[in-house]
Design a protein around this ligand. Structure first.
Ligand code: DNO
Length: 359
């Protein structure tokens, strides 16, 4: 595995490449061309400039998160073939630049969803939280307004104000897209892009729906083992794989995370490792420090399962708490993610050495 951290680019991130390098635990970054709209072509010049900037700091560009998939592709709308064509050309340009990992999602309307971006813990740190009872009281049209005050002046991916301004049209666009249609549209997309992925050896890593259930009546399909199996089978190609995001699949306690990792051997191309804590009742949780004893997951078992399946892709700490007075994009400050990277690397080294001693 390679330890990485997500980085939104010098114009958008409060964290610098130098700071990431100085963590010492991360040797690569996962980045994106943040200003690009879904359906827009990424040119070789833009990709090479991003890569050069990262390499100049002694880090590698280990993958893209995300090349976003347009709503026309997700809904099977009129512009889908044009958008798929641009996606294929973008993949080709990434492949030529030696970028071999692309994370994307197939969530309708909202990307990851939280009801609070800064819930205060007893120690004064803040975390992201989700409460179904709160969601049930919100009109989706007001979802953005209800959380935008806590974004610390940053633009959160998937929650761009221009996109949220069109929220009613977006719901309208998805009105005929149920789970079956979403699966069919995903297959259409995957079938179309696999040839270019084969040509350049690009691993596509779908990000799970977060939380792992339907929100505001919108279908969500990448939520559990059964649906991942269906997705991998319908376009049966090793390049059609997953981002194993512990915090997203883990929102549903029925998802046995280490067992899922073992079952996905060979198809996990990217790992997001973080922890969360269930509050009273189902569908109610808040994020926590990465540490096992601070949340509900056994992080040792998660890391061990990744090690045991021979996972050799990029791994990244995921959302951190906001600590030590840092002001950054919720979930994406430097400090707590750096602690997370150190912890995961520590677990990895322990598992690796235990394994070597048993030989
Ligand atoms: C949240 C992220 C997601 C993820 C996208 C992938 O922190 O993990 O926003 O990047 O869903 O397209």
């Amino acid at each position: 595995m390679q330890m990485t951290m997500r980085w939104y680019g010098s114009k958008h991130d409060t964290v610098t490449l130098r700071q990431i390098r100085q963590t010492c635990y991360a040797t690569g970054v996962i980045s994106t061309l943040y200003g690009k709209m879904p359906g827009e072509l990424w040119t070789p010049q833009e990709i090479n400039a991003l890569k050069a900037e990262i390499e100049a700091e002694g880090l590698t560009l280990s993958g893209i998160e995300s090349v976003n998939v347009s709503d026309a592709i997700k809904t099977g709308g009129a512009a889908r073939d044009k958008d798929i064509d641009a996606y294929i050309k973008t993949l080709e340009n990434l492949g030529k630049a030696d970028v071999r990992l692309v994370c994307y999602n197939f969530m309708p309307v909202f990307d990851w969803t939280r009801t609070e971006l800064a819930r205060v813990r007893a120690d004064g740190s803040t975390v992201l939280a989700y409460s179904q009872a709160a969601v049930d009281k919100i009109d989706p049209a007001n979802m953005f307004e209800s959380i935008s005050g806590d974004m610390n002046g940053t633009v959160m991916p998937g929650w761009e104000p221009e996109r949220m301004a069109k929220i009613k049209d977006l719901f309208e666009m998805y009105k005929d897209t149920d789970a079956e249609a979403l699966f069919a549209n995903l297959k259409y997309f995957l079938d179309a892009i696999m040839p270019v992925c084969d040509k350049y050896d690009i691993n596509m890593a779908i990000h799970p729906d977060d939380p792992a259930w339907s929100v505001f009546g919108l279908p969500r399909i990448i939520t559990n083992m059964e649906n991942i199996r269906r997705m991998m089978k319908m376009t049966d190609n090793p390049h059609n794989g997953v981002t194993f995001c512990a915090g997203s699949y883990g929102t549903n306690p029925d998802n046995d995370l280490p067992a899922m990792i073992r079952a996905l051997k060979g198809r996990i191309h990217f790992a997001h490792v973080r922890n969360l804590k269930f509050n009273d009742g189902r569908n109610d949780f808040q994020e926590s420090a990465h540490l096992s004893c601070d949340g509900s997951f056994d992080m040792y078992e998660i890391v061990k399962a990744l090690y045991d399946i021979g996972f050799d892709g990029p791994i990244r700490p995921d959302h951190g708490r906001m600590i030590w007075g840092e002001k950054a994009m919720p979930g994406y400050g430097l400090y707590d993610r750096a602690l997370g990277a150190a912890y995961i690397r520590g677990l990895w080294e322990a598992v690796e050495k235990q394994h070597a001693r048993k030989q």
